[in-house]
Design a protein around this ligand. Structure first.
Ligand SMILES: C[C@H](O)[C@H](O)[C@H]1CNC2=NC(N)=NC(=O)C2=N1
Length: 96
């Protein structure tokens, strides 16, 4: 059952997600990634897009040149869920 995380669950998740920040106005987590150049940033987005589609869970993101700003929240339960944490972990693996 898709549900928002408790504060405790959220704190535990963020402790294992270096560089991610909690955004209370959206009940979301955010991170700004920096890559070598646009091609690296776009490669990151391409790989994450495939994983997101496979998981049926998609980021809200903004890209300009080598920067990718990411916000993760779950629209179906209007808040932060385990799916967001899983996608953040996948992004960390892709970013390296
Ligand atoms: C119909 C489709 O399965 C849903 O809209 C999925 C798509 N991707 C999604 N992505 C995110 N971030 N939250 C959702 O609730 C969500 N729901």
């Amino acid at each position: 059952m898709l549900r928002v995380l408790t504060e405790q669950e959220r704190a535990e998740a963020l402790a294992r997600l270096p560089g991610w920040t909690y955004e209370p106005t959206r009940d979301a987590i955010t991170k700004s990634f920096r890559f070598t150049d646009f091609v690296e940033a776009w490669g990151f987005m391409s790989r994450v897009a495939i994983l997101a589609e496979k998981a049926d869970h998609h980021p809200e993101w903004f890209n300009v040149y080598n920067r990718v700003d990411v916000l993760l929240t779950t629209h179906d339960c209007t808040g932060l869920s385990a799916r967001d944490v899983a996608l953040a972990q996948a992004m960390e693996a892709v970013a390296g």
